[in-house]
Ligand binder design. Structure first.
Ligand code: ZN
Length: 240
């Protein structure tokens, strides 16, 4: 009885949870670790992999996660395959078309943004994605539930340097990162050519964090294990 009551209560609390409650904003640990994550967004116009960032991280065997758009995977297939050939690089889902206002989309379109990107990333790289990051971080309780219903963990961030702003210099990226970082943080930058000074800042970011005792880890090292893959054909078995 008490268990049933507490279950009902937690269910009520979950239903009443504000938007954002289902979004992981930091790793659940006090270890001195951070996850380097990079968004490979592609919306209206073609975008390309920033090799200034990727080549440095791969050459130095530093683990990192790329949240890749489906269109980005399609248009950068060779680079996506190269990233996937590195076992210390995670590739996760950043939607098909990078609609910055997913809460305005119908249920079917929200699900399509996830499944179409997942299918494209799989077709190009052979990788199944298990985590999703909303474009511009814009989500609400409904869209979060839809994404979670596809077995996807939702990953956000606690603070952002704002590297898509041209005026954010390498010096500012380094200083802000070193000032703001706390254990378990999920750092977010851009690897689509719109992180204007990110490649320039990165070596100093890495050296500075290492000097403070931080290690670089993958999201999968600390977040729940993979759920089912969000494949389009699995949707057919759901009552939409
Ligand atoms: Zn993005």
């Amino acid at each position: 009885m008490i268990r049933a009551l507490s279950y009902s209560l937690s269910l009520l609390l979950a239903l009443a949870a504000p938007a954002g409650a289902g979004v992981v904003k930091r790793l659940p640990t006090d270890d001195k670790v951070v996850a380097l994550t990079f968004d490979a967004c592609e919306a209206g116009q073609a975008a390309h992999l920033d090799h200034g960032i990727a080549d440095y991280l791969v050459a130095n065997h530093i683990p990192f996660t790329v949240f890749m758009g489906g269109k980005f995977a399609r248009d950068n297939a060779d680079d996506a395959r190269w990233l996937a050939s590195q076992d210390f690089v995670e590739i996760e889902n950043h939607s098909w078309s990078h609609n910055n206002h997913m809460p305005r989309l119908t249920d079917a379109r929200v699900q399509g943004e996830v499944t179409r990107a997942a299918d494209e990333i799989f077709a190009v790289t052979g990788r199944r994605t298990h985590l999703f990051r909303f474009p511009a971080g814009n989500s609400d309780a409904r869209t979060e539930a839809l994404v979670a219903g596809l077995g996807q963990g939702i990953v956000g961030w606690r603070w952002a340097v704002g590297d898509p702003v041209k005026g954010v210099t390498a010096k500012a990226i380094v200083a802000t990162t070193l000032r703001m970082t706390r254990p378990g943080d999920i750092l977010i930058y851009h690897i689509n050519g719109r992180g204007w000074h990110t490649a320039e800042a990165l070596p100093r970011v890495i050296e500075g964090l290492r000097a403070e005792g931080y290690r670089f880890v993958l999201l999968r090292d600390y977040l729940q294990g993979p759920g089912p893959s969000p494949r389009a054909n699995s949707l057919q078995n759901r009552s939409l």
